[in-house]
Write a protein that binds this ligand. Structure first.
Ligand code: ZN
Length: 227
């Protein structure tokens, strides 16, 4: 990724991109125009002053450029298309039609209300129907959506719906358990609380046995299902 400036080049502004309309999963957010890097750094200086410190003191002089670079990593999910990641599916399943489960995928995201970290893990499962995909691709789709400003419910839905639309499996299940630092380090200050969300599609929704099998594989968390 070469930096936010790239965002203001004509190629990116050449929306409304027909490609993005092909699938609902790729039209998640409008693409706003990104400001130049110096504006982003100035905004960090303003926040440092808001915190009560002096952005000109020695220890903080380089902080705005570091924060802006960190933002590029934390939010690089805006520059990626989940369909591209999953495009290389392996059609040959050799008759394999059992559940594929990826447990404990580390989630590092940021809440869209406070920009505070959301740290946790995701469990993803699907029942293949002709198409299977490399497990690293599943993890990358999770990471892509995590590297955007999020609420956990939306992230859960986006991951499940993307896999459902691209792989067209018999079913998809996604469970995310995460701690929200806007809640654990401030506000209501509940340090040990985690939130568990889930989205079940296809057989995972309609067949209680399939759902139970999946939930027991991931340790039976008390899930809160998103319709
Ligand atoms: Zn928050």
């Amino acid at each position: 990724m070469d930096g936010p400036e790239r965002a203001s080049t004509p190629s990116r502004e050449k929306s409304p991109g027909k490609d993005r309309d092909k699938s609902r999963v790729t039209t998640l957010e409008p693409e706003p125009r990104r400001p130049p890097r110096r504006e982003a750094e100035e905004a960090v200086r303003t926040l440092i002053r808001w915190a009560g410190d002096d952005p000109a003191r020695e220890g903080l002089v380089e902080t705005p450029s570091r924060v802006v670079r960190a933002f590029q990593e934390w939010f690089e999910g805006y520059d990626q298309n989940p369909v591209d990641i999953l495009r290389q599916t392996f059609e040959e399943t050799d008759g394999y039609d059992e559940m594929i489960v990826l447990r404990n995928i580390r989630i590092e995201s940021h809440c869209e209300h406070h920009l505070a970290p959301i740290i946790g893990s995701a469990h993803v499962a699907y029942l293949p129907h002709h198409r299977v995909v490399g497990i690293s691709k599943l993890a990358r789709v999770v990471e892509l959506f995590a590297r955007r400003l999020q609420i956990q419910e939306k992230m859960t839905t986006q991951i499940a719906d993307t896999l459902n639309e691209v792989l067209k499996p018999k079913g998809v299940a996604v469970v995310i358990e995460a701690a929200h630092q806007c809640m654990t380090t401030r506000g209501v200050y509940k340090p040990s609380v985690t939130m568990i969300t889930s989205r079940m599609l296809g057989d995972f929704r309609s067949n209680p046995t399939t759902r139970r099998e999946f939930l027991s594989m991931i340790g039976n968390p008390p899930v809160r299902e998103i319709a």
